[in-house]
Design a protein around this ligand. Structure first.
Ligand code: NAD
Ligand code: ZN
Length: 351
């Protein structure tokens, strides 16, 4: 079969691979729609996971089941399914400890385009189909369905990790698709003021749509100063980082109040260390929590997010700005994510 791969750091291309085979609990899925992720860009062009050779890219897909293993009970050939970016090994001690994202080791629940081939292929393999697939509602668009697999679960996880309370003041730094979903998640959890940090008009418009109450532009000056001025020197209760650089962490710790939470879902792709500012962290005594996490995957998570869309709590249609048609458009769509034109939030390839 054909697939689009990372050949080595900075190099991508089409390659031929053997069609994967389903073990007894697994499924083979043929993609109906895929979306490239900023994480694919970190992986290929920043070498964030180290050098990889001929690894098929992509971890955001919805598709139709082509084959199921003998022990799969709830899914059959022909079912249309939403496939989470994170597909844990549900029989693992990390799951019993409450962290399926790290089943089998740190970040090891993230299998596609990390521990095995990704979804930019004619077929891809899903481990533990009964626990990792969810049926796609008939009336859901492919574009919206594919946004659930990673963008929605990650942005919402940013809001969960931040432990937003009713009335919390929140800053969301970075308003690409993940940050926009963090805004939507913060609003659903009952945030009061939501300050969005971004610059491109298309993202600002979407941020307002999803619930931002204020916009701060990081290109017109230090955001910590701007946000401290906006909050009369008090800062905010919660910060969600969904974009930016190591310096963003300094700004986040600076603007969060004592007792507050900085929740990071950004993929820091470069450098050996992330900085924590000593004084702003109360010399280590400010009760400012810093937490970061990989998005939850698995079937139940997908089904719960599907319900939020189905019952009109969240409208995902504003995330997808570019729709490509045809399997061979995966390359163009991935490179769009690299260049990130002014009018781009997320591209989707309909196959
Ligand atoms: P994106 O690139 O579309 O969005 C990030 C945004 O941040 C961009 O619009 C960019 O212009 C903006 N930005 C850059 N520098 C900034 C700064 N200094 N201050 C404020 N904004 C700044 O990416 P995305 O798809 O929304 O994903 C966001 C991040 O989340 C990426 O790093 C991605 O790899 C990561 N990610 C993590 C998980 C997870 O499980 N934790 C899952 C998916 C994606
Ligand atoms: Zn991703």
């Amino acid at each position: 079969m054909k697939g689009f791969a990372m050949l080595s750091i900075n190099k991508v291309g089409w390659i031929e691979k053997e069609k994967p085979v389903a073990g007894p609990y697994d499924a083979i899925v043929r993609p109906l729609a895929v979306s490239p992720c900023t994480s694919d860009i970190h992986t290929v062009f920043e070498g964030a996971l180290g050098d990889r050779h001929d690894m098929l890219l992509g971890h955001e897909a919805v598709g139709v089941i082509d084959e199921v293993g003998s022990e799969v009970k709830d899914f059959k050939v022909g079912d249309r399914v939403i496939v989470p970016a994170i597909t844990p090994d549900w029989r693992s001690l990390e799951v019993q400890a409450g962290f399926p994202q790290h089943s089998g080791g740190m970040l090891a629940g993230w299998k596609f385009s990390n521990f095995k081939d990704g979804v930019f292929a004619e077929y891809f393999h899903v481990n533990d189909a009964d626990m990792n697939l969810a049926l796609m509602p008939d009336d859901m668009s492919l574009e919206s369905a594919v946004m659930i697999t990673d963008m929605m679960t990650t942005g919402f996880h940013g809001a969960e990790l931040a432990n937003i309370q009713m009335g919390s003041s929140v800053v969301v730094i970075g308003i690409g698709a993940v940050g926009l979903m963090a805004i939507a998640g913060a609003k659903l959890r009952g945030a009061g003021r939501i300050i969005a940090v971004g610059s491109r008009p298309i993202c600002i418009e979407a941020a307002n749509f999803y619930g931002a109450t204020d916009i701060v532009n990081y290109k017109t000056g230090d955001i910590a100063k701007q946000i401290m001025a906006l909050t009369k020197g008090k800062g905010v209760d919660r910060v969600i980082i969904a974009g930016g650089t190591p310096e963003t962490l300094i700004q986040a710790v600076t603007i969060v109040k004592p007792g507050g939470v900085v929740s990071n879902v950004n993929y820091h792709g470069k450098g050996d260390f992330l900085p924590i500012p000593r004084l702003e962290w109360g010399c280590g005594m400010a009760h400012k929590t810093i937490v970061g996490g990989l998005c939850p995957g698995g079937r139940l998570r997908m089904e719960m997010l599907i319900d939020l869309v189905k019952y009109n709590r969240v409208d995902l249609s504003r995330l997808v700005t570019h729709v490509y048609h045809g399997f061979d458009k995966m390359e163009e769509a991935l490179l769009t994510m690299k260049v990130k034109s002014k009018d781009l939030i997320k591209p989707v390839v309909i196959i």
